[in-house]
Design a protein around this ligand. Structure first.
Ligand code: EPU
Length: 348
């Protein structure tokens, strides 16, 4: 039988982050049954220590060791809560693997998560940065997040509005020490239309010969595109996009577009704003395929930093800062990291 929770002293985190950089934590708490979380959190050894919830470790960079305890929610159960033949409610525990949930949902004929296939990480991490790809953000399909509120000391159920999702943003990201996600409830559909507006997705489906694609075909097309463009974290350490696509005033976007007609520009989060392609800006500064020791930029996608083997988190952070400085100097645009930085601040 698996223990309800386990506490390990001086834990090695190298295999728990997809950058594969060396880092340690004074304590690692793995909670396999979330009902025991309140008991585990008051263990003497953890008193007064900061807590760092860790999912698949695919969206953070250890620039240093974890300062207190690392918390891993281990529950992986996935269940169908409600199915009226059209709308379907699914609940998944935080420790379930994200891609496994996506593939399970498409096998059930459910639409909603298929554009988010092959994103590394866990279900519990998905709402934190509102993972998104190929025209869909997970927040659109989240009905509620079940979490432990560390401030109030009780279980809460945050509905979609309370989660306050934005582009790679949420209430969880804005208040990092506040909640521990235990489970996520998704609102999926058997009848919704496929979402094929993202450039390249419809072309990929056409190349596959899928004329009326179901969720499984869409997931397959996304997997094919991702495999072509993005490095596999199982083979080379990376955390996906290292920078967010910057949201800038419309006037700046127009000025840059006038000077650089190839620059991809998308609608921003708010009126009067536009989202620029960070990958394009970084590529234009000549960084694609760059390597300094084992810290580098993917040769396939300029937005992805890679660890070729023995890079440290600080070396990767240093490279990220050099990239951001060159983009700021050339285009006047500030880049911000997408992954959470542990042991360092990005600054301005
Ligand atoms: N581009 C370049 N050079 C590059 C990479 C991209 O010029 O090296 C330009 C191209 O014009 C390309 C455009 O940027 O058409 C957009 O590239 P892509 O379709 O790869 O999308 P992205 O904006 O770079 C975002 C997400 C990805 C997600 C893709 C697909 C962010 C920060 N990244 O990347 O998410 O998979 O869209 O939807 O929003 C992640 O968050 O880890 C991630 C991989």
């Amino acid at each position: 039988m698996t223990a309800l929770y386990q506490l390990v002293r001086d834990a090695d985190l190298t295999a728990r982050n997809t950058f594969r950089v060396p880092a340690r934590a004074p304590w690692l708490l793995q909670v396999n049954d979330s009902t025991t979380l309140p008991d585990a959190l008051v263990l003497d050894q953890l008193r007064g220590l900061p807590l760092l919830p860790l999912g698949g470790g695919s969206n953070l960079l250890f620039a240093g060791d974890a300062p207190g305890a690392v918390l891993v929610m281990g529950g992986r159960r996935v269940e169908l809560l409600h199915d009226d033949g059209g709308r379907v409610r699914v609940r998944a525990e935080a420790g379930a693997e994200w891609h496994g949930l996506v593939m399970w949902s498409v096998e059930q004929g459910l639409r909603g998560l298929e554009n988010l296939a092959l994103i590394p990480g866990s279900v519990g991490a998905a709402p934190i940065q509102n993972i998104g790809a190929y025209g869909v953000e997970v927040g659109e399909h989240i009905a509620a997040v079940e979490a432990w509120d560390l401030q109030a000391g009780g279980w809460v159920r945050l509905d979609r509005t309370a989660c306050a999702f934005g582009y790679r943003d949420s209430a969880f990201k804005r208040q990092p020490g506040r909640w521990i996600v235990a489970a996520v409830e998704f609102e999926l559909s058997r009848t919704a239309a496929p979402r094929l507006d993202y450039a390249g997705l419809a072309d990929e489906l056409a190349a596959m010969g899928a004329s009326a694609p179901g969720p499984r075909e869409v997931a397959e097309a996304v997997i094919r595109i991702r495999r072509r463009k993005l490095p596999d974290p199982a083979r080379v350490g990376n955390a996906g996009s290292f920078f967010k696509n910057p949201i800038v005033p419309q006037a700046l976007a127009e000025a840059l577009r006038a000077a650089h007609p190839a620059l991809p520009v998308f609608p921003g989060d708010a009126a009067g704003t536009r989202k620029l392609s960070a990958g394009w800006l970084i590529d234009a500064c000549g960084w694609k395929g760059f390597r300094d020791g084992d810290a580098g930029v993917s040769a396939g996608h300029a937005l992805v930093l890679v660890n070729h083997g023995r890079a440290t988190g600080l070396q990767l952070l240093d490279l990220a800062r050099r990239i951001a400085a060159s983009v700021r100097e050339r285009f006047g645009v500030a880049l911000e990291p997408e992954p959470r930085l542990v042991g360092a601040d990005w600054g301005s």
